[in-house]
Design a binder for this molecule. Structure first.
Ligand code: GLP
Length: 266
């Protein structure tokens, strides 16, 4: 995998990368896996800007979101349905039938998950899966311990995740749902290409796991290392705890080319 350390805005970087991949696509529809979270708000704003300026269109893009809380209706301000509508879909030309978001209100949650996997397969698989990273290294809502071949399923959220996401729920972890639906790590790894983003000091420990430990389900982020076309895009704060050769390479690159992105192969 590649670790890309940039001083530029992660969201602008990622949006322009998505646009390039879309322009170079070999087929329609182009299928995107999409995340939510604070880290990717800028990315969605930048994508909306590209669509507004005619540089990109969502008309033939099929999207699959990674996850959704169980028990929050789509109109709940903290549901991922609401997030996606307000951050992206209200501002681009996506067709409603091309948008897929797990239904956390479904009566039969396992059936909802199985249907989601089937829909991804029917769309021909995901071309580019975008994602964020949890403080504890989770990918989507795959909490530590999730197997690398896991599929879309119900997940019990850890205390750490509920604490981290409490900022969106009046600062009160008790208001954060206890369960979520999430694509599996196996579902993510099946995509042709992965681009994950991590920003800020609270993600530094998870990012450092890529350079200091083994590949282990205890740190779901390390699953990225098993994919042949995966990149993690980070800012300087999230890269602050790298160890070993990666740390040395980063320092050397910063000394020689302080303004350029640093690309490390891990
Ligand atoms: C939630 C989401 C993840 C996301 C993570 C990071 O837990 N389920 O998909 O990666 O938050 O969010 P943030 O970008 O707000 O730090």
């Amino acid at each position: 995998m590649k670790l890309i350390i940039t001083k530029h805005n992660l969201g602008l970087w990622a949006a322009s990368y998505i646009c390039k991949r879309w322009q170079a696509r070999s087929k329609d529809p182009f299928v995107l896996g999409l995340p939510t979270g604070g880290t990717v708000v800028d990315m969605y704003a930048a994508l909306a800007g590209l669509v507004k300026n005619g540089k990109m269109s969502f008309k033939n893009i099929v999207t699959f979101n990674m996850d959704e809380y169980v028990g929050l209706p789509p109109q709940h301000a903290q549901s991922y349905h609401y997030y996606m509508k307000h951050n992206l879909f209200d501002h681009v030309d996506a067709q409603a039938q091309n948008i897929h978001i797990l239904n956390g209100m479904a009566k039969d949650l396992p059936a909802e998950c199985a249907q989601y996997e089937a829909a991804i397969a029917q769309a021909g698989g995901i071309d580019l899966f975008l994602g964020g990273v949890g403080r504890n290294g989770h990918l989507a809502f795959n909490e530590p311990g999730s197997s690398f071949d896991s599929r879309t399923r119900v997940m019990e959220l850890t205390e750490s995740t509920r604490q981290a996401n409490a900022r969106f729920f009046e600062g009160n972890p008790a208001l954060v749902p206890t369960q979520a639906l999430t694509v599996g790590i196996g579902t993510v790894l099946d995509a042709q290409e992965l681009l994950f983003l991590a920003s800020g000091a609270s993600k530094a420990e998870a990012v450092a796991r890529l350079t200091q430990g083994e590949i282990t389900p205890s740190w779901p982020i390390t699953a990225l290392k098993t994919h042949t076309r995966a990149a993690l895009l980070v800012d300087m704060q999230a890269a602050a705890a790298l160890t070993g050769p990666a740390k040395t390479q980063m320092r050397e690159a910063l000394r020689l080319h302080p303004e350029e992105d640093i690309i490390l192969t891990l």
